[in-house]
Design a protein around this ligand. Sequence first.
Ligand code: HPA
Length: 279
Amino acid sequence: MASGERLYREQVNETVSFLEEKLPSVPEIVIILGTGLGSLADSLENSISLDYEEIPHFPRSTVTSHAGKLLFGELAGKQVAVLQGRFHYYEGYSTRQITFPLRVLSLLGARFLLVSNAAGGLDPSYKPGTLMVISDHLNFIPDNPLRGVNIEEWGPRFPDLSQAYDPSLQELAQKCGKELGIDRMARGVYVAIAGPSLETPAETRYLRNCGADAVGMSTVPEVIVGIHAGLRILGIAMVANVNDPDNFQPILIHDILAEAKKAEGDFVRLIKEVVRRIK
Ligand code: HPA
């Protein structure tokens, strides 16, 4: 095995051992919280919280809207691990580094991944605040977290992505949204771009023509590793802004955070209900 992969595997295993000592039980579900969606963490019961700085080999979050905490606790009767603050390719990390926390949590025994993000809407029927259940993705980040020597104990060399987003979890999320009376629900394709610059009008038109309904700078690396690790995955994109190439408006981080704050209540209710009913 190449030395880079050997070192990575050693670091993952050290972090798994470190967390096994700290944890009262195995988390069944990993929840990754996107930009401005951190408040779900307040709903955890009997939780323990670790700053990323305390955890060996964890990358450091460089984005102020991401807290940088790993929480374990109970949510709606299930044991969950919550990554409050994630890492992005645009911060300078490789996608292998970005997905280090998820690899560790999958090896601890998690079986489900609920991954969220704030995204730009490309489907003109979307409104700010739409919660889009991700049905599929396009990876336009010029990296893949599985590039390099495959670690066979962790998963297959060529993971199948024909159903990366678990169809029954998509159904469940849409059903929960309906029953909770969340009217801005949708289902669509997410495209991940490298960032950190936002799209131009021409790029927006291109991404739409490629078949994407929402665009963001995250999620896809974690989903690829989640599939490799055998997790069942649900992705939710919170559409913060809708980008019309023919009437393009500035996309400002301040506005994205403000929209995320507004949609956060619905997002938290939806995730809690999905967690309660997941089997
Ligand atoms: N583009 C990319 N990422 C985003 C956007 C967007 O319009 N909105 C929120 N995250």
